[in-house]
Design a binder for this molecule. Structure first.
Ligand code: PLP
Length: 378
């Protein structure tokens, strides 16, 4: 069985120790509770839930979210959009400043024709390129990206008017504004201020767009930390992604407790080379190397709250603070710091229910169906 500290509550359900490690496990009842909880939070607030599917890249997980009431999905790439559209999702928002490079144009236009596809835009150049590829056909539906403080992509809220006029002059179908308050992740103290920035920028941006269009507009915000703080302000839809599983970073940010995290890596102790140190068989190629500056560990071991993953190499995790009774050959559970990057490294997710593996779900949105479309056939 998965090992846990004698005093600690079993914070991740046990699994038979003959699992081939490292393995990524989902606790299905916990995941369903998380899916339903966020769906209820959004519906109670009267906003649509459009989960970001880059967290799981898995059509089975997406299906659970849509069946629980999600209005559609958010993705980061056209490749992800293609996979989820093929799996039956009719409403997808690519929340990214999409550039229609040669290999992307055909899937972009196909998706635009077949489903309710919206894409992000945050520059005149991007808008020009999108307008160019859809010339003569029905105009692409775009969402204008606002930077609310992360200072990644997006224009200032006060510049929405200017960008919107440019897009409209090109004939693009401007549907609304969106933002991602990624600066909520700067530290556990930053979440509340980031949520205020998110609401202010969406209000300013959407007000100016509404004045220009004189029709209702989409107002799309979201991250897991800010969605944990209600209300949603001017938002018409919210796009959390990480909430579906939770992870070590979310525990530290206070958006989830260790007993509610729905995904763990099962790793085996392969060496106890010196007192106080253990080595596990899950390195950066499984957990990913993500570690925010305010965390001192590359993951949380739910059964061993005092253990710290002090370093990772590709296949090894070095752990300090694991009980001496945990022996070589034992299996422990680790919550990755950032579940999205860990899932992106996994071929499949083993699905646990009542302590048994009941299914294995492929992380199937990693590859695009038309990935070889740009290779000319000789
Ligand atoms: N929307 C966009 C544009 C994002 O980049 C992300 C995450 O990176 C999200 C939504 C989801 O946020 P979270 O990972 O906090 O759930």
């Amino acid at each position: 069985m998965l090992t846990a500290s004698p005093g600690a509550a079993p914070a991740f359900p046990p699994v038979l120790d003959d699992v081939v490690t490292p393995a990524v496990l989902i606790d299905l009842p916990r995941m369903r509770a998380r899916v339903d909880g966020m769906a209820k939070r959004a519906s109670d607030a009267g906003v649509g839930l459009r989960p970001h599917a880059k967290t799981h890249k898995c059509t089975q997980v997406a299906r659970e979210q849509l069946e629980a009431g999600a209005v559609g999905l958010t993705v980061a790439t056209l490749a992800e959009a293609e996979v989820f559209a093929l799996a039956g999702c009719r409403d997808v928002f690519v929340a990214f400043p999409v550039w229609p490079s040669a290999g992307n144009i055909a899937p972009l236009l196909r998706l635009h024709d077949q489903i309710e596809l919206r894409v992000g835009v945050d520059s005149a150049e991007g808008a020009d390129a999108l307008a160019q590829v859809s010339r003569g056909g029905s105009p692409l539906r775009v969402m204008l990206e606002v930077d609310c403080g992360q200072h990644r992509s997006g224009v200032a809220a006060e510049a929405v008017h200017h960008l919107a006029r440019h897009c409209l002059a090109l004939g693009l179908d401007v549907r609304g504004v969106f933002t991602h308050p990624g600066h909520a992740y700067v530290s556990p103290d930053a979440v509340a201020a980031a949520a205020r920035d998110e609401q202010r920028c969406l209000r300013v941006g959407s007000d100016s767009l509404r004045r220009l269009l004189d029709v209702p507009v989409e107002v799309s915000g979201g991250s897991t930390p800010t969605a944990a703080l209600r209300p949603f302000g001017a938002m018409t839809e919210v796009r959390p992604g990480t909430y579906v599983f939770g992870d070590a970073q979310q525990i530290r940010l206070g958006t989830v407790t260790a007993a509610d995290v729905a995904l763990a890596v099962a790793a085996r102790v392969v060496s106890r080379p010196r007192p106080g140190q253990a080595v596990l068989d899950a390195g950066s190629k499984c957990l990913s190397s993500d570690r925010p500056s305010w965390m001192n560990s590359f993951g949380v071991l739910p059964g061993w709250p005092d253990a710290t993953v002090t370093s990772l190499t590709e296949q090894h995790a070095v752990v300090h603070g694991l009980d001496p009774d945990v022996r070589v050959g034992d299996v422990v559970a680790i919550y990755p710091n950032h579940v999205c990057t860990a899932v992106n490294l996994a071929p499949e997710l083993l699905v646990l229910s009542e302590g048994r593996i009941v299914d294995a779900w492929t992380v199937d949105a990693k590859d695009r169906p038309s990935k070889r479309a740009h290779v000319s056939s000789a």
